[in-house]
Design a protein around this ligand. Structure first.
Ligand SMILES: Nc1ncnc2c1ncn2[C@@H]1O[C@H](COP(=O)(O)OP(=O)(O)O)[C@@H](O)[C@H]1O
Ligand SMILES: [Mg+2]
Length: 307
């Protein structure tokens, strides 16, 4: 079912991507596109641009708001998906704008949100680097490198949670490793497209798709229409993130456990230390109530060791 939904969203949006401009409208006359589209995604395009007056580079996430004339039943469901996308793009901008009041060095910074008749434009700081996912295609991380990256991601997620925000789409594709500060492995968390503000509550049920690192209860909630704790499901995604950092690839929530048990099946070639294995065992708990909290993760021995 979820694959079908992802496919449907992608198909609808690809159809409308043709309408996304390569030139910016007058409402964005302060900016100039630099001709680098670094992303042509299922949900939106991300373009590199600069502020004309200062030359500062920015990233602009463009979501088409073009709707279709409702004719057939199929068109109606397409229309619903587009409306959902538009709502989510508004929510993403609102969350990032609110985070400006409490900026964090590991979270991408909001600049401006502009709505035109055709598109929504989310202008952000440009993060010059490579996604951790891309980096892992070519490189294997040592324990220290993995730890330095992971600590910053935990801090970024903690900052979100402290501000009532659940990210819901943490994965290696949504973390950028900065070129400029490569020596310190400085990272920034991006893509708040599925984030939501849970101030005053913890439970979620609506999900329009299941992300790559989704917690088991998130996948179940889709089928059973049940509620889940958004903060705890983010913690599972931290485990999946760490697994991919140290093993190179996340095989999926169903495939990581040894057959019929809750013991994690690590790849045979992995040179992981017992410390990181223990941490992963404590984060990747099927029962969300047994999962480590963010504070417990930060206090775990592996987070403090070297080597
Ligand atoms: N602020 C940014 N600076 C630099 N690159 C970015 C920025 N935001 C997004 N990108 C690039 O665009 C890609 C897609 O952006 P993202 O927000 O993750 O959109 P999607 O929701 O389609 O996944 C990222 O993986 C990254 O390569
Ligand atoms: Mg993304």
């Amino acid at each position: 079912m979820k694959l079908l939904i992802i496919f449907a969203i992608s198909a609808v949006l690809l159809q409308y991507h043709g309408s996304i401009q390569t030139k910016l409208p007058k409402e964005l006359s302060n900016y100039e596109l630099l001709g680098t589209r670094f992303h042509h995604g299922s949900i939106s395009d991300v373009e590199k641009a600069k502020i004309k007056r200062t030359g500062e580079q920015v990233a602009i996430k463009i979501t088409s708001t073009k709707t279709i004339k409702i004719k057939t039943k199929q068109d109606q469901s397409k229309e619903k998906l587009i409306q959902k996308q538009i709502e989510m793009a508004h929510e993403e901008a609102k969350i990032l704008e609110n985070l400006l009041l409490h900026p964090h060095k590991n979270i991408v910074q909001f600049k401006e949100f502009i709505e035109t008749e055709e598109n929504l434009y989310l202008v952000m700081e440009y993060v010059s680097g490579v996604t951790v996912h891309e980096y892992l295609q070519e490189n294997k991380l040592g324990g220290n490198e993995a730890r330095v990256i992971f600590i910053q991601v935990v801090k970024a997620i903690k900052h979100c949670h402290d501000n009532g925000i659940v990210h819901r789409d943490l994965k290696t594709e949504n973390v950028i490793l900065l070129y400029a500060d490569r020596i310190n492995n400085h990272i920034k968390l991006i893509d708040f497209g599925f984030a939501t503000n849970l101030t005053g509550g913890v439970l979620l049920h609506d999900y329009s798709r299941s992300p790559r690192f989704a917690a088991p209860e998130v996948e179940t909630s889709e089928k059973l229409k049940s509620e889940y704790d958004g903060f705890k499901s983010d913690i599972w995604t931290l485990g999946a993130f760490l697994y991919e950092l140290v093993c190179g690839k996340w095989p999926g929530s169903d495939s990581i456990f040894k057959h019929g048990s809750e013991e994690i099946d690590f790849p045979p070639y992995s040179e992981m230390t017992d410390g990181v294995k223990d941490l992963l065992h404590n984060i990747l708990k099927i029962d969300p109530n047994e999962r480590f909290t963010l504070d417990e993760i930060m206090k775990h021995d592996w987070m403090k060791t070297r080597g």
